[in-house]
Ligand binder design. Sequence first.
Ligand code: ATP
Length: 291
Amino acid sequence: MSVIDAINLTKRYGDIEVLHGLTFSIEDRSITLVMGPNGAGKSTLLKIIGGLINRTSGYISVLGEDPWNSNKIPRKVGIILDKPFLPPYLTVIDIVKEVSSEFNYPLSDAKRLLEDFNLLHFLKNKVRELSAGTKQKLQIVFSLIKNPEIIIADEPTANLDITSRYEVYNTFAVLREKMGLTVLISSHIPAEILAFSTHVLAINNGIMKFFGKVDKLLRNNFLEEFYIVVDNIGKALEALKDRKIEVIGNQIRISGNLAEISKILSNAGVRIFYVRNSIIDKSIKGETGWE
Ligand SMILES: Nc1ncnc2c1ncn2[C@@H]1O[C@H](COP(=O)(O)OP(=O)(O)OP(=O)(O)O)[C@@H](O)[C@H]1O
C-alpha cells in the first residue's frame, strides 16, 4: 500500500523549474533514501511532501490528502531538519512537557519514548549540555510526540560524527520496525544510509534518475567482497558460520550477495551498522548519475 503518491510533480521558484515532473509511490513502512548532489531538489521535494511549500503543478497525495491543503498532514508528518532548533537553556523535561501539552500527548508516554531511545537520563540536562548526536535523537523523539505516520528527515546527520550518524540511522530503523512508520531521509552520504534503507529515490537537477528498491540499485554487484559492522559480532559470526568470513577489528569481511546476507543477519536479530564496498559507491554512480 502506498502512503505517498506523486504524478508529474513540478516545482518552480519564479521562472526557474527545480523539480521536473517526478512520478513515484512511497510504500507504507519503507525507508526511502532521497539522494542527489547539492541543489538537486531534495529539500524542495521533502518540503512539498511535508506541506511546507506548495507544488507548481502535478499531483501529490500524502496519506490520501493534498499536503498543502490539509489539517491532518501537520499532525501526521513529523519533520526533522539538519540542525535541531531546541532552546539551549531549557531542560529536556521542560521541552518534553511543552511539546506533549501542545499535541495533547500523555507525559508518561513521552517519557516512555525517551526511555525507548535511551534518552531518559538526560531529562534534567539543559539542551546546551548535550552532544550534537543526542540533540538530533531528541529532535527525532520530539517529532514522535504527535504520533506521526510519516517522518521526513532532511539531511538529519549533516552535522554529526560517524558514531552519532549511525545512532541516528539506527533510530530510523527502529521507528520503521517497531513503530511501523514510513521514513524519508535525504543525504549527501548515501552509501552509509543504504544499509538502513529499503528504497532509493535519486534526483539530479530536479530530474528523477532512479526510484526503486535498494536491491535493484545494487543488483549487478553482489559477488563482491565487502565489510560490515554489526551490533552483535558474536551472533553475526554464529549466523554466518557456514560462510567464509574474516574478522578484522570490529569489521567482518565477507563475499556474497548483500541482500541475502542482510536477511540472514536480520533473521538472527543482528543489526547492520555499516556496509562498505567500492561497488556500492560505483552502483550508486552508475544507476543515478551521482558524482
Ligand atoms: N526559496 C527558494 N527560492 C529560489 N530558489 C530556491 C529556493 N529554494 C531552493 N531553491 C533552488 O532550488 C534548487 C533545489 O534546491 P534544494 O534545496 O531543493 O536542493 P537540495 O538537493 O536539497 O540541495 P542541498 O543538498 O544543497 O540542500 C536549487 O537550485 C536552489 O538554489
